[in-house]
Write a protein that binds this ligand. Structure first.
Ligand code: GLV
Ligand code: MN
Ligand code: MN
Length: 415
């Protein structure tokens, strides 16, 4: 990995990433690992085994957040945290989240191999359910650690079939009161997350690593449109209350209001559209869509939500359909900590890596950790900016560069 230490290769890490990628609900190369599903549990077991083999002490909280600790010379000091997630949305790839978990573990192993003795403990964290797939809300584990999601709100969470979080977590073997998940400010001294960029800029510009200064503000909603169903032949066009046609207008309205801010940082997506009864010869009576709106500017993001509400009201009136909107989350943007960013910059320079400061457009567990500790993120390139797809790819060289910078950063922060 370095000129001074040619014995440090990341071949083992790349093999581990590939092995983790084989643990999937779908056939490889597709990675699907929804939280608390069978593949998620096997993946957790695999990663915990690697942590234990590296001599780390592993502990889990009541919602499955996993902490693998390398004790420092002074165990009374708050640890430096690193890590990410290993759950994966349907039809995902190998690297989202996993690079931060296995790359964080690799950074720790490298420091151990080099004989480094941290003064502060270093803790690798594997957060539960960064992805919103099962329960509709992202960053479940870190959100609960930061008490942004209360135990009562967590207890109310259900999956699409109405099964509760409570059932899923106990089935997965996680017990204990949910109010034990929240941790106080100071639980971590500092936290740094390695992640693929999930955008094209580092690769396009030929830059080794990105130092993340801000994480965009995400918001999501669940919108139910209720119209009037009926026979696709018998129900004539005048007077129809087609819930899907109304939903189509809302989808296009979101696209249009997101574009109309004129800011490249505003994005709006409808990623779920469920049609009832879902028959070719039946007028849709009920449709569920979800919206995902993000921006680095919270006011502008909220402006998009307000314009969408106005569009919903207009469509509802004109088409005679009922539209109900439930806000799932509207999180603030995150500002990363200048001291950690300075350490990352020193590490990048020392490692001989090119770097630039940039914003994160995806959401990350670091956003919620920022409520309890100073955070920053380190990005590595990914091919074509592709993510949330099976062809997501980061080269061993890019991953090695990220691990190298992370290892140097952890060493400085833990000294
Ligand atoms: C997490 O993957 C996100 O949706 O940003
Ligand atoms: Mn993701
Ligand atoms: Mn991720």
């Amino acid at each position: 990995m370095t000129a001074e230490h040619p014995e440090l290769t990341i071949d083992g890490l790349i093999a581990e990433l590939k092995t983790l990628g084989q643990i999937s609900e779908a056939d490889p190369p597709v990675v699907t690992r929804v939280v608390f599903g069978e593949a998620d549990l096997r993946a957790r077991a695999y990663v915990k085994g690697l942590c234990e083999a590296a001599g780390l002490k592993v502990r889990e909280d009541a919602v499955g957040n996993t902490f693998a600790r390398w004790e420092g010379a002074d165990s009374t000091l708050a640890p430096i945290g690193t890590g990410s997630h290993i759950d994966a949305i349907p039809n995902a790839g190998l690297y989202d989240g996993c690079v931060g978990v296995l790359g964080g573990l690799e950074a720790i192993r490298v420091l151990k191999t080099l004989g480094f003795n941290p003064r502060r403990p270093i803790e690798l964290v594997i957060f539960t359910a960064e992805e919103p797939t099962r329960f509709g809300i992202g960053c479940l584990g870190s959100r609960m650690m930061a008490a942004v999601l209360t135990p009562a709100q967590a207890l109310a969470l259900r999956d699409k079939e109405g099964r509760r979080l409570e059932k899923w977590r106990s089935q997965a073997g996680f017990a204990g009161p949910l109010d034990s998940v929240a941790v106080p400010r100071g639980r971590f001294h500092q936290f740094v997350e390695l992640h693929i960029e999930q955008g094209p800029f580092l690769e396009q510009e030929g830059i080794d690593v990105g130092l993340v200064t801000h994480i965009a503000a995400p918001a999501s909603q669940r919108i139910v449109i209720e119209g009037e169903g009926g026979h696709a032949g018998g129900k004539l066009m005048p007077g129809r209350k087609d819930a899907l046609a109304a939903a189509a207008e809302l989808i296009l309205a979101l696209e249009s209001v997101a574009k109309s801010t004129g800011a490249i940082d505003t994005v709006g997506t409808v990623g779920i559209c469920e049609v009832f009864p879902g028959a070719v010869n039946s007028v849709p009576s009920r449709v569920l869509i979800t919206t995902d709106v993000r921006d680095i500017d919270r006011a502008r993001r909220d402006g998009v939500l307000a314009s969408l509400t106005a569009a919903s009201e207009e469509v509802s009136k004109r088409r005679g359909v009922k539209i109900t909107t439930e806000l799932i989350n509207a999180d603030p943007p995150t500002t990363c900590d200048p001291a950690i960013l300075a350490a990352l910059e020193r590490a990048a320079i020392a490692a001989g890596k090119t770097y630039k400061k940039m914003v994160a457009r995806a959401y990350h567990d670091s956003s919620f950790v920022s409520c309890i500790a100073p955070v920053a993120m380190l990005f590595i390139p990914c091919r074509g900016g592709v993510s949330h797809r099976p062809d997501e790819y980061a080269s061993p060289e890019w991953i090695g560069g990220g691990v190298h910078v992370l290892a140097r950063t952890l060493a400085e922060l833990a000294s």
